[in-house]
Design a protein. Structure first.
Length: 284
């Protein structure tokens, strides 16, 4: 069966899921417009695949540059079928331990950078009559743990944005998927993970558990090759899955968090209604 070549735009293709997605797509014959923060980090792929790999230099905290790069990619390549918003990193530690600059940088990179990338792509996707937006989120976008408050902030934020956006752009033939991977054996635990400077006050508390990342390679179940393959496959599904849960740890973490949230909310059905306006008062 002959497969139609597609063109993908992916942020952060130098490592992690972005790199794995790019390698798999190029190997099957697709085109990729990829962004990197450090020039030269995908020269091996450019040498191997030639002009099927378009590379743009982009730090997603440079917000005006995002639109420049997206506009140029569409201008150079024409139609782009799938936009994958992948660039990001994790900042871990107790909320009180972060510097103000760390707070701003985490939210700017993971949340505002992702929002602006989607916004930059939308006029092009509308003009061409549709396309697919895929946001790499995380189990951390639906479940929360001590020591990851800022990372959760960025991921929970993008979950809400993308879920609302999907409803806004559906009339234009644009579909949205949030990818919810669990732990995977990528560079996330290395170059893409940052830790706060510890405060002694948090020694022995739940938030301190993340300090083990400084000294220990935490075992994770996810295979990035399999994760990337599932993400690629999802782009062909109609309708698009709103959420793509990848990894047994992700499924367990998400379902446990949602059940716990329902357990907190459902007993309040009667008391919640006590604050409704009286019907007679409303229409009297």
């Amino acid at each position: 069966m002959c497969m139609t070549m597609q063109t993908w735009f992916i942020t952060g293709v130098n490592s992690g899921f972005g790199r794995e997605l790019t390698e798999q797509l190029l190997s099957r014959g697709d085109r990729v417009a990829g962004t990197v923060r450090r020039e030269g980090t995908v020269d091996d792929l450019r040498a191997k695949y030639g002009d099927r790999l378009w590379v743009g230099h982009l730090d997603v905290t440079d917000l005006p540059r995002i639109r420049e790069v997206v506009d140029t990619a569409f201008a150079d390549l024409g139609r782009i079928d799938v936009v994958v918003i992948n660039a990001g990193y994790g900042l871990f530690g107790a909320a009180e331990e972060f510097t103000d600059d760390q707070v701003v940088h985490q939210v700017t990179t993971n949340l505002i950078g992702s929002i602006q990338t989607a916004r930059a792509a939308l006029p092009h996707l509308r003009a061409q009559g549709g396309g697919r937006l895929i946001q790499i989120s995380s189990v951390a976008g639906l479940a929360a743990h001590a020591g990851a408050s800022l990372y959760h902030t960025s991921k929970w934020g993008i979950e809400g944005f993308m879920e609302a956006l999907a409803q806004e752009v559906a009339p234009f033939g644009i579909e949205v998927t949030l990818v919810e991977p669990g732990g995977a054996r990528t560079s996330f635990s290395g170059s893409s993970l940052q830790l706060s400077e510890p405060l002694a006050a948090y020694d022995g508390t739940p938030a301190a558990a993340v300090r083990a990342f400084r000294h220990t390679q935490v075992p994770v179940p996810g295979d990035p090759v399999k994760v990337a393959a599932k993400v690629i496959d999802s782009a062909a599904h109609q309708p698009a899955p709103m959420r793509l849960v990848l990894g047994s740890d992700s499924y367990q973490g998400i379902t446990a968090a949602l059940r716990n949230r329902l357990a907190q909310v459902e007993p309040q059905q009667a008391s919640a209604a006590e604050t409704d306006a009286d019907t007679a008062t409303q229409h009297g």
